[in-house]
Design a protein around this ligand. Structure first.
Ligand SMILES: Cc1cc2nc3c(=O)[nH]c(=O)nc-3n(C[C@H](O)[C@H](O)[C@H](O)COP(=O)(O)O)c2cc1C
Length: 304
């Protein structure tokens, strides 16, 4: 069978356009290895910062009837301690994208430099976490600060730099443009949608942090619209993320303008087999519709 799903994004070669989204199974080398062996085209790690961080107290995750609501607070061992985990991914066939955060352009650039030294193939800048003050969506809502961060990181590293955006803004295209002009090599759209849940017997917000980020199928139409907007605004590749559970969802994101897709919550509900089933479904769709390569799908919905 002719391989129609192998692709390339910002110089990264992918066996197929599926990726593990940040924060789901991206804590250890072995868990990411299992995702690659299950068929993912690339993996994104849990977001790492300069120093270890414990995250928020429990409860940090709530299952709602339309998706997962989380406010983990970016728990991570600190980027230096992640070297050992990345070593376990050497000689795997899929690129490892290290997700990073910082509280200033300088800190972002310092973390980025360490990420390169410990073996990252590319970086994803998390400027979009909806529940972490001074390091998350506050940056992703401010095009000038975002541009400063991207410029500082690009000065210090020469691997691809992907910027992951928040959907919680009025004009995501404008933010994406600002990241592109500052040198971003690709844009991931999107992180979770800011949300909350309240327990009616105790009358209290359920998450310890009160607010969190909604993920899963509930946010898919929001994410598709964001990808569509970003694709119209920039010339760098867009990576779609938000509520993808099937190959049909992945194709929809590609028609909106995504060159690849990230899968998060569906891995928690369906297991790692989701990567192979999405990749195979895209391959079959391309054959049935007579497309020679997955790249031919990207942005087709913009013709109408
Ligand atoms: C439990 C959990 C932890 C997450 N941690 C991170 C993270 O560390 N960094 C990040 O950029 N996104 C993080 N995300 C967001 C996901 O990467 C993704 O953008 C979002 O969940 C939407 O995709 P999905 O609907 O496929 O899950 C997390 C999501 C969940 C559910």
């Amino acid at each position: 069978m002719e391989n129609r799903i192998a692709t390339e994004i910002a110089g990264l070669k992918l066996a197929n356009p599926t990726m593990l989204a940040a924060g789901i199974l991206g804590y250890t080398g072995l868990s990411m290895k299992s995702v690659i062996e299950a068929g993912a085209g690339a993996v994104v790690t849990k977001t790492m910062g300069l120093e270890p961080r414990t995250g928020y107290p429990n409860p940090t995750v709530v299952q709602t009837n339309c998706g997962l609501l989380n406010a983990m607070g970016l728990p991570n061992p600190g980027i230096r301690h992640f070297k050992e985990e990345l070593n376990k991914l050497k000689n795997t066939r899929a690129p490892t994208i290290l997700s990073i955060y910082g509280s200033s352009p300088e800190e972002f650039a310092n973390v980025a430099e360490i990420a390169v030294n410990i073996g990252a193939d590319a970086l994803e800048l998390n400027v979009s976490c909806p529940h972490v003050k001074k390091a998350g969506a506050e940056i992703g809502c401010d095009p000038l600060l975002l541009a400063e961060i991207v410029k500082e990181v690009k000065k210090r590293v020469d691997i691809p730099v992907i910027v992951k955006l928040t959907p919680n803004v009025a004009n995501i295209g404008e933010i994406a443009k600002s990241a592109e002009e500052a040198g971003a090599d690709a844009i991931t759209a999107v992180n979770t949608v800011k949300a909350m849940a309240i327990e009616i017997e105790t009358c209290r917000p359920i998450l310890a942090n009160k607010f969190g980020g909604l993920s899963g199928p509930a946010i898919k139409p929001i994410a598709v619209r964001c990808v569509y907007d970003v694709y119209r605004s920039v010339n760098v590749p867009v990576i779609g993320c938000g509520g993808i559970t099937s190959w049909q969802d992945a194709v929809e994101f590609m028609l909106a303008g995504a060159s690849a897709v990230q899968i998060g919550t569906a891995v928690a509900f369906k297991g790692v087999g989701v990567f192979n089933s999405v990749a195979k479904g895209i391959q079959d769709y391309l054959e049935r519709k007579g497309f020679k390569n997955v790249k031919e799908l990207v942005g087709l919905a913009h013709k109408f």
